[in-house]
Design a protein. Structure first.
Length: 427
């Protein structure tokens, strides 16, 4: 199941000033069968990936889980937390990727981060967000299903067009070395909280981890958070309880709890301060003994922390603030919903009024046009009748004139004949 999860690693030397770079290279992309489930609903989109950038100390190890992350990904994106924008071409296996962080106050590109691929600038310097300016930033890698090489110097694998020192050769005044978590008196604590289910055990754990960030949580809840940070979600919905949630990913290696078994087998080999959050198992003596067998190394000190009885005042205060915050959030959400609903109704009424006015205007225009068309038709008909009557009168006049003319000609003809007859009689 580890092929689905993103691994993260942060350097222990951070930058607070100056201009330095480090390099990475993907040496190998691990082969995976198509049946692994990548690209399916609820599964990560890509089998292999790498992100490279900087982060603050103590921020989450999976890049993109915090606003205190700034990085480039293999698809050519520049990311600040979960905000991403494309800035350059993709980079692949066997290409040397250089990340340059400029914190030099005298430089015109101060507070920027740049990416170089095989010694060639891949994008313009990208500005650091205001929230990261002035903070110590540590080189950070996140990757899945690849083998990665990192180069800290003193010489780069691929030289840049200009001189830039590697982070491994940084001046002491420009760098800070973070201290590795150490156990008290050389001992690392393995804390087993003992409490009743649904009686605030996980709330106590959240408060404990906030006050003691050097402890690592071992629980199914943490595995699910890790899977979510790696781009996975359940396509079938969650089941079970907070202590033992159901792994309903529908993918081999996740639903069979193999990741839990791997983590349990590896945790005892790595000296760390752990909190083993198993509510049911921690209540049973036999189960507690089985858990503690995994931490048999002499560097571990086993501690049972009883989470029962009357809580302390500081815990009550935190929980009261949390409850108040949740109530306030619900109240704010209800107020925003009511405001949005009121605005929606107002907008609907406004649109309905506008539509009614528009409809009335259209009807008036239509009526006006109909009246104008009717008047025009009537005028045209009257004009046509007048023209017809005029033509009729003109025709009658012409006919009358023709008849009168004919009568006059006939009369003249008769008079001519009469004169001719008179002349004949005289002869």
């Amino acid at each position: 199941g580890c092929q689905y999860l993103i691994a993260g690693a942060r350097a222990n030397v951070g930058m607070k000033a100056g201009r330095y770079m480090f390099e990475t290279r993907i040496l190998e992309v691990l082969p995976l069968p198509d049946a692994a489930g990548f690209g399916r609903k609820g599964a990560p989109a890509s089998k292999a990936m790498m992100s490279v950038g900087f982060s603050t100390a103590g921020s989450p190890l999976v890049l993109g889980d915090s606003e205190e992350h700034v990085f480039f990904d293999t698809d050519g994106g520049f990311c600040v937390g979960k905000t991403r924008k494309p800035v350059c071409r993709k980079f692949f296996r066997d290409q040397t990727v250089g990340v340059l962080l400029n914190l030099d106050a005298k430089s015109e590109n101060n507070n920027t981060i740049s990416l170089f691929i095989d010694g060639v600038r891949a994008c313009q310097p990208q500005a650091l967000p205001e929230g990261l300016q002035g903070k110590t930033l540590f080189p950070h890698l996140a990757f899945r299903n690849v083998k990665v090489l990192t180069n800290w110097g003193p010489e780069p694998i691929k030289a840049l067009p200009f001189k830039c020192r590697m982070l491994g050769a940084a001046a002491d005044a420009d760098a800070i070395k973070a201290k590795a978590p150490e156990g008290k008196d050389g001992k690392y604590e393995v804390v087993l909280p003992v409490g009743f289910p649904d009686e605030g055990t996980f709330e106590w754990l959240d408060s404990f981890l906030e006050q003691n960030p050097q402890y690592v949580e071992l629980s199914d809840r943490k595995i699910i958070k890790w899977a979510a940070s790696s781009g996975m979600f359940s396509s079938k919905g969650w089941g079970g309880s907070i202590d033992k949630p159901a792994f309903n990913y529908g993918m081999p290696g996740m639903d069979d709890n193999s990741i839990r078994r791997i983590i349990n087998s590896m945790a005892g080999l790595m000296p760390r301060n752990y909190v083993v959050m198993e509510v049911r198992q921690n209540l049973c003596e036999a189960d507690r003994k089985e858990i503690l067998k995994r931490f048999s190394a002499p560097c571990f000190k086993k501690v049972a922390h009883v989470v029962m009885g009357e809580p302390k005042a500081d815990y009550k205060k935190v929980q009261h603030e949390k409850i108040l915050k949740e109530k306030q959030a619900k109240s704010d959400a209800a107020w925003r919903a009511a405001k949005a609903d009121k605005k929606r109704k107002k907008d609907t009424e406004k649109k309905a009024k506008q539509f009614a006015e528009l409809r009335k205007k259209m009807e008036e225009e239509k009526k006006k046009k109909a009246e104008e068309a009717k008047k025009k038709n009537e005028e045209a008909a009257a004009k046509k009748v007048a023209e017809a009557e005029k033509k009729k009168a003109e025709a009658a006049e012409k006919k009358k004139e023709g008849e009168e003319k004919k009568e006059g000609e006939e009369k003249k003809e008769e008079e001519k004949k009469d004169e001719e007859n008179k002349e004949d009689e005289k002869k």
